[in-house]
Design a protein around this ligand. Structure first.
Ligand SMILES: O=P(O)(O)OC[C@H]1O[C@H](O[C@H]2O[C@H](CO)[C@@H](O)[C@H](O)[C@H]2O)[C@H](O)[C@@H](O)[C@@H]1O
Length: 327
């Protein structure tokens, strides 16, 4: 990176304000001035470019009655609100029921940065497909009660022993930085800094960078107050989405419409795939303006819930109107 870009990159990585900084809960390094009316104006003008998925629902679904919709959902920040403790990012029972119903109507996959086991433990549904580690650990749902998830693709499998080694080194190196937390996401590792004091952020960043110098096959991506260490392979959430479309038998079909809802930078890879396909619905979950490839937006997980419920209602009404067309 040239120095300027590098600074912007690391500032964004550390959650510090940048020209594109997205997370409202970023560390406050500027005086606390009340900018709420500016914020609202900016959000409203951003909404014109990325209209609310609820308000645009009819327009989005127009002409899709006979199409095969395949639903993809991110977990943190989409199905569950962002909370302080990653181990307590539970989804509500209403959300669980809504996802269960969605999955009865459409093939549905959850693609998360978490380890697959952990996200499944949170979601607790057997009728959805799960992909953990940002799509690097893909399974398909059982087709009968006595089956288990079938592991279908793990493109980073050969890195597994090294990833576990990196996790141990990071745990050791960051142990003395108060608030830092290392999370094992199986094919990737998260270093959380939500609770790290601002004065220690640089130190943490340098420690993680120094560790990674020893592992040239790995790189860091950034999420919400988290550094994600992952193997450098050409595989992301967008590839995972395409993999599912292929596995579910929807390759090259013109009438297949992927619908992806996600809140984070890693979800942009899936939005990009949808944009390139020229068919599909990409929805960003955000309560602040963000640079995104998604066409639509939802403010927070409560709007995601409302959208999913509406989707189920729409499917039920549209299938009855297809089976029993009006005279
Ligand atoms: O792809 P996702 O399912 O969105 O996973 C991305 C990361 O999500 C989790 O961290 C984020 O949510 C936590 C709980 O709300 C929050 O405390 C943390 O600050 C956020 O970054 C998860 O813990 C990470 O491992 C995932 O990489």
């Amino acid at each position: 990176f040239p120095t300027g870009r590098r600074t912007v990159f690391f500032r964004s990585l550390m959650g510090l304000p940048t020209p594109l900084s997205g997370d409202r809960k970023s560390v406050q390094v500027v005086p606390n001035i009340d900018n709420s009316s500016d914020d609202e104006t900016n959000y409203n003008s951003w909404l014109k470019k990325h209209p609310c998925g609820l308000e645009s629902f009819e327009g989005i679904m127009k002409g899709l009655k006979r199409k095969k919709i395949v639903v993809f959902l991110d977990y943190d920040g989409t199905l569950s609100p962002i909370v302080d403790d990653p181990d307590r990012a539970f989804m509500s029972s209403e959300m669980r029921e809504a996802v269960r119903e969605v999955a009865k109507c459409f093939p549905t996959a959850i693609i998360s940065g978490r380890s697959r086991d952990k996200v499944k433990e949170f979601v607790k549904l057997s009728n959805v497909h799960y992909a953990g580690s940002h799509g690097m650990d893909i399974t398909t749902a059982p087709t009968s009660d006595n089956e288990v998830d079938a592991v279908s693709f793990q493109p980073a499998k050969k890195f597994l022993p090294v990833i576990q080694q990196i996790r141990e080194v990071l745990e050791e190196e960051t142990r003395k930085i108060e608030g830092a937390m290392v999370e094992d996401n199986r094919f990737c590792v998260s270093v959380h800094f939500r609770h790290v004091h601002e004065r220690d952020l640089d130190k943490l960043e340098k420690k993680v960078e120094t560790v990674l110098e020893r592992y040239p096959d790995f790189h860091i991506t950034s999420g919400k107050k988290v550094m994600e260490i992952r193997p450098t392979i050409n595989w992301n959430k967008g590839h995972a989405m395409e993999y599912y479309l292929h596995t579910l038998g929807h390759t090259n079909e013109d009438d297949v419409v992927p619908l992806y809802i996600g809140d984070d930078r890693t979800d942009e890879d899936a939005f990009k795939v949808i944009q390139m396909r020229g068919q599909g619905i990409a929805i960003l979950v955000s309560s602040i303006p963000k640079n995104t490839r998604a066409s639509y937006s939802l403010k927070d997980p409560s709007q995601v819930l409302a959208f999913l419920l509406r989707l189920v209602r729409w499917r039920k009404l549209s299938s009855s109107s297809i089976t029993n067309p009006l005279p």
